[in-house]
Design a protein around this ligand. Structure first.
Ligand code: NAP
Length: 252
């Protein structure tokens, strides 16, 4: 048992890995979740341990209930769960809505939305003061796409993040009196592997000249916002969605 635990879903790379590193530096025992790439998750864990931190990895598909239960049991074994970061997410190749298969749309919603619901439910059952918990924080990952809509590219993905926005606000009100704060970070274009996994390895470079700051964000810039929202410095913030988009998500 190590104390205060932060569970980062999709913590094996990108924004999740940066969050895991900062969480360890902040003194959390970190549970690094991944779906497929055990080697990447284990590298994050090894790096944290090399720097004197505490971390474990756990394989779980956030869209599968049994996996989620097993993942939270692994968190329980590390200490008291204080923070859940609902970071795991997927992004597909560009497609018009008229050509999208149900399987594709379902996969986006199962992982980006249903997974966040399942993980939040498991976290609340542990954190809620009315259930004997000590309170805590849930930080969701939404996207500038929720505002922009991603027409002609990934309307399915954008719609999942619109759902995450509503989920954040509604859940924040639902559990506010139970000592749990629910917030979200809204990244813009962040330089991670998600763009290549959506079939567009050059997407960040292609978009950079048109970004308001003429540069993409870094995973660490997003992770810093996540750590702040999770911390007691944000003690009176709930239902808040913090843009970390370099101006991209400001609507005209
Ligand atoms: P990434 O580099 O593609 O990493 C995704 C992570 O999610 C990986 O650790 C992956 O693990 C994990 N994952 C995927 N499916 C999973 C599942 N079913 N169950 C558990 N873990 C799963 O992504 P990222 O760019 O860091 O994005 C992180 C979050 O920020 C996502 O929610 C994304 O939508 C959001 N976001 C990103 C950007 C951006 O520009 N990068 C912008 C806005 C919002 P495996 O490798 O093992 O599959």
């Amino acid at each position: 048992m190590h104390g205060n635990v932060m569970l980062v879903t999709g913590g094996s790379r990108g924004i999740g890995a940066a969050t895991a590193h900062l969480a360890a530096q902040a003194g959390y025992a970190v549970l690094v979740n991944y779906a497929a790439d055990a080697r990447a998750a284990d590298a994050v864990v090894a790096d944290i341990r090399r720097r004197g931190g505490t971390a474990e990895s756990v394989r779980a598909d956030v869209s599968i209930e049994a996996d989620v239960e097993a993942m939270f049991a692994a968190a329980d074994a590390m200490g008291r769960l204080r923070v859940l970061v609902n970071n795991a997410g997927v992004f597909d190749q560009p497609s018009p809505v008229a050509e999208m298969s149900l399987a594709r749309i379902e996969r986006n919603f199962r992982i980006n939305v249903f997974g966040s619901f399942l993980c939040a439910g498991a976290a609340i059952r542990r954190m809620a003061v009315s259930r004997g918990g000590a309170g805590g924080a849930i930080v969701n990952l939404t996207s500038a796409a929720a505002k922009l809509g991603a027409g002609g590219e990934n309307v399915d993905y954008a719609a999942t993040k619109g759902a995450v926005d509503s989920f954040t606000v509604g859940l924040a009100r639902e559990v506010a009196a139970d000592g749990i704060r629910v917030t979200a970070v809204r990244p813009g274009i962040i330089d991670t592997e998600i763009h290549a996994s959506g079939g567009r390895p050059d997407r960040v470079a292609d978009m950079t000249p048109n970004l308001p700051m003429r540069r993409p964000g870094t995973a660490e810039e997003v992770a810093r916002a996540i750590l702040w929202l999770a911390s007691d410095d944000a003690a009176y913030s709930t239902g808040a969605i913090l843009d970390v988009s370099g101006g991209r998500s400001i609507l005209p």
